[in-house]
Design a protein around this ligand. Structure first.
Ligand SMILES: Cc1cc2nc3c(=O)[nH]c(=O)nc-3n(C[C@H](O)[C@H](O)[C@H](O)COP(=O)(O)OP(=O)(O)OC[C@H]3O[C@@H](n4cnc5c(N)ncnc54)[C@H](O)[C@@H]3O)c2cc1C
Length: 847
């Protein structure tokens, strides 16, 4: 629970005690931590003790020291990720000093706000589309000077201005007079974050007037944000006029293979995000120029721009897809030849994937997140540093380059029917998301206030928003991973599992840099020859959510309508496509790329390869569409939402309607083949069995790619890994590419190894059968829990405990975590028939 008003009052009372000497500063600080929590203390403490800077300087500096000391040294112990991703350097960044400085700047900014007539920080009521459409037309036709940019203050629609000023007064008063604590807790927390985000701590406070020095081209790509944007920060530091640009080249995005990098839903998101970002830049007196790449070449367009604007510098944040890096390298070298200084900053991942090395760790376990984290820990990269504050203004050039309206980029084009009617397929996506940077921060705040408390245990629930839903914002860089990590670290409830997800994200980019064919070619050679189903009707049914399996259908419909589904359901539908429909993983990947708003070539390809059994890692599990449903949607709420035609079925049978008696179906008005589809495959056991046999046969056929001793699959190593493993230079590594192929044993599902020894075994008799067993019924577990309280039979209680353990184990397997430690004091023996009333979970033996 976040701290309440009462908590704040208590802390202020204690502060008085410090002043009167009845409480010592360390004690006071400890109280703050325990009452307000880590995150709140971190953000509020400097403002809280501010009045002491005049009333009692020595106490103030003691408290400041304690605060600095604490936040620069503690808190990281529990962060495996922080260690692994070399975030230890955060200590060297003197976090607290910077934070204090930023608080000082906050105060300065607050008073600036009071005086500044041009401050209009609150969100206007203008729709992004309207604003951009109008803004762009005007700018393209007439050129857009800084004076004109100020006209937005006079815009009658900008009706929040008065309110904003009032807010600014409030905020500054709160800060200066230390009255923040009188406000409601919720308002305070969100305000303190808003202050940071909305430019309350202007970086340099440069005036937005045109300057004579040559302008800087600030090339935005997937970093559509003001907060924590290193390239933007670098531009400000140059003190020259800044020209923000966005160049669209679908060909460059796509790369050399079938990546579907710019699918329909994600292009739609990009369109909306650009519209919102344009407004953000307008607010700080700047403007985003949209450009279509000339002949699909960003370089040509940039050269043209350099000529037109006289810019001598190009700044951007790096992208890591190999083909985009290649493009960027070519741009940098070509422009440098023309005397243009280029600087590409790092921020898209926590760790620059090209700097990750396996040296000192080796290759064993490669593909797992633990191995990746060990590599980062063993070979720390540059410091991750502290998130950068958003700017207050951007210096503008004397004239703007000629751009095109956002619509001209064709990112949100809707098809038309023959009768001319537009098919607005994105209406539901629009309803489901706020595409702005503010939207990203609001979602993050919500998550850290609520969902994060359930994340460790219940992130798999499909029927509750227990995950952050931040993936599209991270993908388009509306939120930086660094900002997210810092906020997550500072939250009252920290979830190591959540922070670990950022390592997964980095792992995906590392894999893509190692295997540029990841999105279209199976990494494990034998699996390229797998016999796949060619029945297009099955693919279509899967895509449209018409398989006859309610959880799969619900998830696929959610994807189609909103552009998103959670991680657990992504696993379910991927398992279904591969293990039960026998359709190639590439089909799933491409559909996801086209329909997800967070479609991310690196992550999507890594996950589909792993699901398709041919990635660097093997999912050590297969999700059963019914068992999984009982785990993630025990009451059927999720299915009822997305498959309303099943809404009247009872909880117990909603995930397996084919088991319903005819009378029940009649009452619920379910008619198979009419209101709800028949199952497209019926014998799931048989399908799974076939899938296992198919794998066994390709492993046999391509025996040279199976390690005889361990039974593990062998993967040809990319030259970079060969060089690292053998301690060769890059050049030798390149030579290796031409010559010998190096094969590496990789993580391989136990059931495949077993199958190899006993090819006739079927899935059911395979002791390592990978199908996850979900709850039999959550309701039943709850009943058992209730009966436990009533001191029901011990054996029933034991059963319940076992089921919970199994669920925990399954989750951990999915997350690639080690098995949970065995509970001390708990009997490990499986009860037998003789054990009536024998073993109680707590280890107590009843008669
Ligand atoms: C078959 C399949 C395809 C997927 N395709 C994508 C994709 O195209 N784009 C995408 O962003 N995620 C993808 N994921 C990973 C994951 O499902 C999503 O990142 C997650 O569901 C997004 O929801 P969230 O923001 O609430 O995640 P949270 O659980 O709140 O995690 C926070 C962030 O961590 C990152 N993350 C979480 N899980 C993973 C993961 N397994 N691998 C890498 N990064 C992760 C994401 O950026 C996410 O936003 C895929 C997973 C599967 C099984």
């Amino acid at each position: 629970m976040p701290p309440s008003k009462g908590d704040h009052a208590l802390v202020r009372e204690m502060l008085k005690e410090v002043l009167t000497g009845r409480e010592d500063p360390e004690g006071f600080f400890a109280i703050c931590l325990s009452v307000l929590g880590h995150r709140e203390t971190y953000s509020m403490f400097p403002a809280l003790i501010k009045p002491l800077s005049t009333a009692n300087i020595s106490v103030h500096s003691t408290l400041t020291l304690i605060y600095e000391e604490y936040f620069s040294k503690t808190g990281d112990d529990d962060l495996e990720l922080a260690l692994a991703l070399s975030l230890m350097e955060m200590e060297d960044q003197q976090l607290s000093t910077q934070h204090l400085q930023s608080e000082v700047r906050t105060n300065q900014r607050a008073s600036f706000q009071l005086n500044s007539a041009s401050s209009s920080l609150e969100k206007t009521s203008i729709k992004p589309e309207d604003q951009v459409g109008r803004g762009n037309d005007r700018m393209v036709k007439t050129g857009f000077t800084n004076d004109e940019s100020k006209t937005q203050d006079n815009d009658p629609q900008n009706n929040d201005k008065a309110q904003t000023k009032k807010d600014a007064v409030e905020e500054s008063t709160n800060l200066m007079e230390n009255q923040t604590l009188n406000q409601s807790e919720k308002t305070n927390r969100s305000k303190s974050r808003r202050k940071r985000r909305k430019g309350a701590v202007g970086l340099i406070g440069l005036p937005g007037s045109p300057s004579a020095s040559p302008p800087v081209l600030l090339w935005f790509r997937r970093d559509l944000r003001l907060c924590d944007n290193p390239a933007l920060h670098a531009a400000l530091e140059m003190g020259a006029p800044v020209i923000p640009i966005f160049i669209w080249s679908s060909e460059e995005e796509e790369g050399p293979g079938v990546t579907v990098a710019a699918g329909g839903a994600s292009k739609y998101w990009l369109h909306q995000a650009l519209a919102c970002f344009c407004i953000s830049l307008n607010r700080i007196g700047s403007h985003l120029t949209f450009l279509e790449a000339e002949k699909q070449s960003s370089l040509r367009t940039l050269k043209q721009l350099v000529k037109e604007t006289g810019a001598r510098t190009l700044l951007a944040n790096a992208l890591y897809e190999p083909w985009l890096k290649e493009r960027d390298d070519a741009v940098v070298s070509a422009l440098q030849k023309e005397g243009v200084e280029c600087k590409i900053s790092h921020s898209y991942c926590l760790r620059d994937p090209y700097s990750v090395s396996t040296v000192g760790v080796g290759l064993r376990g490669i593909g797992s997140v633990s191995h990746f984290m060990s590599c980062c820990k063993q070979n720390p990269g540059s410091a991750i540093g502290v998130p950068l504050d958003p700017p207050q203004t951007l210096p503008t050039p004397a004239c703007w380059p000629q751009g095109v309206p956002l619509e001209a980029l064709g990112l949100a084009r809707m098809p038309r029917r023959k009768d001319g009617k537009i098919i607005d397929w994105a209406a539901n996506i629009r309803k489901s998301w706020d595409f702005s940077e503010d939207g990203a921060h609001a979602r993050l705040d919500d998550f850290l206030r609520d969902g994060v408390y359930r994340y460790e245990k219940e992130s798999g629930r499909a029927d509750a928003p227990n995950t952050s839903s931040l993936s599209p914002y991270l993908h388009f860089g509306q939120l930086s991973p660094r900002w997210l990590l810092w906020d997550a670290k500072g939250a009252r409830c920290r979830s190591p599992k959540f922070q670990r997800k950022l390592a997964w994200r980095d792992l995906a980019y590392w894999q893509l840099t190692l295997f540029p064919d990841l999105p279209w070619e199976s990494i494990r050679p034998p699996y390229k020859a797998l016999r796949w189903n060619t029945d297009r009707s099955h693919l279509k049914a899967w895509q449209r959510g018409k398989t006859g399996y309610p959880l799969v259908d619900a998830a696929m419909r959610q994807l189609w309508l909103t552009g998103w589904m959670n991680n657990y359901t992504r696993h379910v539908v991927a398992s279904f496509l591969i293990a039960y429909l026998h359709l190639p993983w590439q089909e799933g990947y491409r559909w996801f790329q086209d329909t997800l708003v967070d479609a991310d070539v690196a992550i999507d390809a890594m996950m589909w390869q792993n699901g398709g059994m041919c990635g660097l890692d093997h999912w050590n599990f297969v999700m059963h569409p019914v068992d999984a449903a009982l785990t993630c949607d025990p009451y059927g709420h999720y299915v009822r939402k997305w498959c309303p035609e099943l809404a009247d079925l009872p909880d117990e049978l909603i995930h397996k309607p084919w088991k319903c008696p005819a009378s029940m179906l009649r009452r619920a008005r379910v008619v198979f083949g009419e209101t709800y589809p028949e199952r497209i495959v019926v014998d799931l056991e048989e399908r799974r069995n076939q899938s296992l046999q198919d794998v066994a046969s390709v492993r046999k056929e391509f025996g040279q790619f199976v390690d005889k001793r361990s039974g593990c699959d062998l993967v040809p190593l990319p030259p970079r890994l060969v060089s690292e493993a053998l301690g060769w230079s890059q050049r030798d590594g390149a030579a290796a590419k031409e010559g010998k192929q190096f094969l590496l044993p990789v993580i391989t599902r136990m059931e495949f190894k077993y199958q190899q020894d006993d090819p006739d075994a079927d899935a059911a008799s395979n002791p390592y059968n990978a199908v996850l067993k979900g709850y039999v019924s959550r309701k039943r577990d709850e009943t058992i829990a209730f009966l436990n309280q009533q001191d029901f039979t011990a054996s029933v209680m034991y059963e319940g405990a076992q089921r919970r353990e199994r669920l925990e184990r399954d989750y951990r397997r999915m997350e690639g975590l080690p098995p949970p430690p065995s509970a001390r004091g708990r009997a490990r023996r499986t009860p037998t028939a003789k054990d009536r009333f024998s073993i109680v979970p707590g280890g107590v033996v009843t008669s």
